[in-house]
Design a protein around this ligand. Structure first.
Ligand SMILES: Cc1cc2c(cc1C)N(C[C@H](O)[C@H](O)[C@H](O)COP(=O)(O)O)c1[nH]c(=O)[nH]c(=O)c1N2
Length: 245
C-alpha cells in the first residue's frame, strides 16, 4: 500500500485484487446465498436433516460476531411432534390476536397468510440469549445493553445463510408470547427467547419475499434508505440504482 493510499483511503483503478478477497465463483456463491435466502413457511419436506449437516449449521451460527465475544446464544433443538404441537398452539393463540389488529381486506389477507411451519418442518430451533453470560461488564456492551441481543440475531442470520447453501429452508416465527414458550421449552426466566426457527429441506423457494409475492408488503428502494453524512441527505453513490432494486 502506497503512502497516498494509506492516508486517503482511496482505491486506485489499478489496485490489485484486495488481500483476502474471494475468487469470483466463491464471491458469487456468497451473494447468491444472501439474495436467494427466503423465509420458509409451507415448503418443508419431512426428510430429516443429517447430524453432520445440522452440526455445520450450528457451527455457522456459533461463528457469528458477538459483543465482547460474549457468545450469549444457546440453541434448543426441538424434534418431537408433541412439543411442536404445544408450540403451534401457543402460536395459534397469538396469531388469532394478531389477526384482529388488521381490518377489512388487510385482515382477510392476513388470515390467508401461512406464517409458520412449526409442524411441517421436521426440526425447530429456539435461539436464546443469556444476558448474564460474560459477567456484569462486557467489552462493548457498557453503553448499549441490547448488543447481546443483536449478537444472538447475528447467529440466527449465519444459520439462515448456511442453511440456504445446504438447500435447507428456515422460517422465523415470532408470533408468540415468550412466556407461553418458556415453560414448554424450559427456558429460564432471565434468558431471552430471541428466535424460534422452523428448519427443513424444501421442495421449492419463492424467488422474492413471499410477503411481497402475496402483496402484503414491498421491498423498499435502497436509495431511499442510504444517506450521505447526515440523516436525510441522499447518497450520490446510490444515484441511478433504482432499476437495480
Ligand atoms: C425478527 C423476524 C421475525 C419474523 C420474521 C423475520 C424476522 C427477521 N419473519 C420473516 C419475514 O416475514 C421475512 O423475512 C420477510 O418477509 C422477507 O422475506 P424473505 O426472508 O426475504 O423471504 C416471519 N415470517 C412469518 O411468516 N412469521 C413470523 O412470525 C415472522 N417473524
Amino acid at each position: 500500500m502506497s503512502s497516498v493510499l494509506k492516508h486517503d483511503l482511496c482505491i486506485p483503478a489499478e489496485d490489485p485484487v484486495p488481500a483476502g478477497s474471494f475468487g469470483e465463483a466463491d464471491r458469487a456463491a456468497v451473494y447468491r446465498a444472501i439474495e436467494t435466502r427466503r423465509d420458509v413457511r409451507d415448503e418443508f419436506l419431512p426428510r430429516p436433516i443429517p447430524d453432520d449437516v445440522l452440526l455445520r449449521l450450528l457451527r455457522a451460527a456459533h461463528s457469528a460476531p458477538s459483543v465482547g465475544l460474549m457468545q450469549p446464544w444457546n440453541f434448543i433443538l426441538i424434534r418431537s411432534a408433541e412439543t411442536r404441537a404445544r408450540v403451534r398452539d401457543a402460536f395459534a393463540r397469538c396469531n388469532a390476536e394478531a389477526a384482529q389488529m388488521f381490518e377489512g381486506e388487510r385482515g382477510a389477507l392476513y388470515r390467508a397468510l401461512k406464517l409458520e411451519g412449526i409442524l411441517k418442518a421436521p426440526l425447530n430451533i429456539c435461539v436464546t440469549c443469556d444476558r448474564a453470560r460474560g459477567g456484569p461488564v462486557v467489552l462493548g456492551r457498557t453503553h448499549q445493553r441490547d448488543t447481546d441481543l443483536y449478537s444472538a440475531v447475528c447467529a440466527v442470520q449465519n444459520l439462515w445463510l448456511a442453511a440456504r447453501a445446504e438447500g435447507i429452508g428456515v422460517g422465523w416465527v415470532s408470533i408468540f408470547d415468550p412466556d407461553d414458550l418458556r415453560p414448554i421449552l424450559g427456558v429460564p426466566q432471565e434468558t431471552i427467547i430471541v428466535a424460534y426457527l422452523c428448519v427443513g429441506y424444501v421442495d421449492r423457494l419463492f424467488d422474492r419475499p413471499e410477503l411481497e409475492a402475496r402483496r402484503w408488503a414491498r421491498r423498499l428502494p435502497l436509495e431511499d434508505l442510504v444517506f450521505e453524512e447526515s440523516w436525510g441527505e441522499p447518497s450520490p453513490a446510490l444515484v441511478g440504482s433504482r432499476s437495480a432494486t
